[in-house]
Write a protein that binds this ligand. Sequence first.
Ligand code: ATP
Ligand code: MG
Length: 449
Amino acid sequence: MMDGTDWKRTKFAAEIGEEDYNTEVTLCGWVQYTRNLGKMAFVHLRDRSGVAQITALSKTMDKDLFDLIVSVPRESSLSVRGIIKQSPQAKAGWEIIPYQVQVLGIAKTPLPLGVVDRVDADMETRLDNRFLDLRKQEIQAIFKIRSTILAAAREVFLEEGFIEIQTPKIVATATEGGTALFEMKYFDKKAYLNQSPQLFKQTMMSTGLDRVFEIGPAFRAEEHDTRRHLNEYTSIDIEMAYADLEDCMGILEMVVQRVYTNVLNNNFIDLDVLNQQIVAPERPFPRLRYGCIIEKLQKAGLEVRDENTGRNRLIEWGDDIPLEGFKEIARDRPSLYFVTEWPMKLKPFYIHPHPEDPELSLGFDLNYGEKEIVSGGQRVHEPDLLKEMLKKYGLDAETFGFYTKAFDYGMPPHAGWGLGAERLTMIITGAPNVRETVLFPRDRYRLVP
Ligand code: ATP
Ligand code: MG
């Protein structure tokens, strides 16, 4: 069957145009639909670009070939060589008159999942059979867009002089204290899967590389089962030296804007398949102070549970903003906005306190409506202050020694952020669940496939 290379694709379906009429083509794809009328048969052959109609005429064709075409099960993989003929009846305006068909992979029946069925399989079945699920145009569209998103971020980073790095994912210390870590055995030692490249990318600020980025996995052992949390996600991280908060927020605005414009330019068909309309945001993005958000939520009467009394009370300055709070804010701000000047106590030890008020931080989030997509900030770069902060947060300076050491030998001021690739993909594609934006999601219950 695989003699030579005569089964190899010469064009994708969507690449065929009028100029190709009456020429030969080899298409490769999956059998989406077969209709046998006896004298004539139609096969819809789908590749990643679209669908081609194969029209087989029993009269003018070898009987074995005709029988093969009409009997091959749905979703089998085929290579079809034939002539492209203009055809007003065919959806694309052309059809393929085949003279050679090779079955490259037979699909078993029944299929665990219909690819073009009207009724949607439930998410469990879909994820269990992800390879088939991904044959659907609207599922493929998400991953084509995801690819553009990551490329757009890289594009901006490289233009702006960032160097791509990879930091270890097997680590000995938590980034932010012992919570939410996956523990693992590392020979005779205990190790963890890293939650964030934070400590390592900051160490790079003491090397002279100046601007670094990393696109890599991050692991969170959080047990929550929400539509926006995964236990393994892709973090787009930057860190920049001799830079402040505004500098790193500026890079972020450029990245997000480029993501929108590149997706609009390169993935208009995918957006259409998803029925998704997006508009590139203008820079700068609006900035809202944490304090103003709290005032607004107080006016709206938002209550939170008081940790000391266990009773509900009006939200006040210093409280974390719960999802309902952000939902309230999202009514006026359904799109992108920064949240700045968070209380220091809600931000990690490496975030720099505000120079005018140590209760305030130089940390920020970027939200899209109620969803947080980025956290970042100006970092503590002064070694004494860093050690003081570690102590304040109850963290052992000894275990962070590998990190604080980099601050003792000439650490410049620096700033950076971490952007969740899946959260951004959700927003751009309109996916209602973060699991839709990863091929093989890892969540509380899912480890296979
Ligand atoms: P959240 O409050 O939404 O749980 P976080 O504040 O704990 O997020 P950070 O530690 O600030 O998250 O991580 C930076 C970014 O990484 C987040 O803004 C988000 O885009 C992404 N992210 C964090 N945790 C997850 C997760 N469990 N699943 C998917 N993305 C995540
Ligand atoms: Mg955060």
